[in-house]
Design a protein around this ligand. Structure first.
Ligand code: ATP
Length: 144
């Protein structure tokens, strides 16, 4: 008996389907959601989200958001989300390079620009990590 999963980002529906489990980067650590899970509403931190269905696992890079769980459906509203095979590696590498340049520019560490560059570096590293893991094949372990 599967559970329905819907992953929606600010600009589009990223995934919709019946799955066996959703493993999401909860604010307090990784959370595995199986069918008939107790209802909950939680924030998600930037990280890897995995869904397993039809005997395979799909990976998504999630830039934070919220997750609502009801017994028959998991809804993820993400700031940004990409399926592993949608990730543009050159774009992520370019974003990482830009972020690294900004971080080395001598900005005050509490300035908005510095904090934005740190967040951009985290997003680009996450995307590169997810894209690389897809190339290397599915894994059961998780992380950013
Ligand atoms: P960039 O500087 O390259 O725009 P970003 O981290 O600022 O990266 P976001 O603001 O997080 O980008 O996302 C904007 C939109 O672009 C979202 O829809 C996101 O899914 C998409 N996106 C960002 N980077 C990539 C990428 N490397 N591959 C595919 N889609 C991406």
């Amino acid at each position: 008996m599967p559970i329905r999963a819907e992953i929606v980002s600010q600009d589009r529906s990223v995934f919709e389907g019946d799955v066996d489990i959703v493993v999401a980067p909860g604010a307090d650590g990784e959370m595995g959601i199986l069918p008939h899970h107790a209802p909950l509403l939680t924030t998600l931190k930037p990280g890897v989200l995995r869904v397993r269905h039809s005997g395979r696992e799909e990976l998504f890079a999630i830039s934070g958001g919220v997750m609502e769980v009801r017994p028959d459906i998991v809804t993820v509203l993400a700031d940004a989300a990409e399926r592993a095979d949608e990730i543009d590696i050159s774009r992520a590498e370019e974003a990482r390079r830009r972020a690294e340049v900004s971080l080395q520019a001598g900005l005050p560490h509490d300035s908005e620009a510095y904090l934005a560059a740190e967040a951009a570096l985290r997003r680009s590293n996450l995307r590169l990590n997810v894209a690389r893991r897809r190339r290397d094949g599915p894994r059961i372990t998780s992380g950013e």
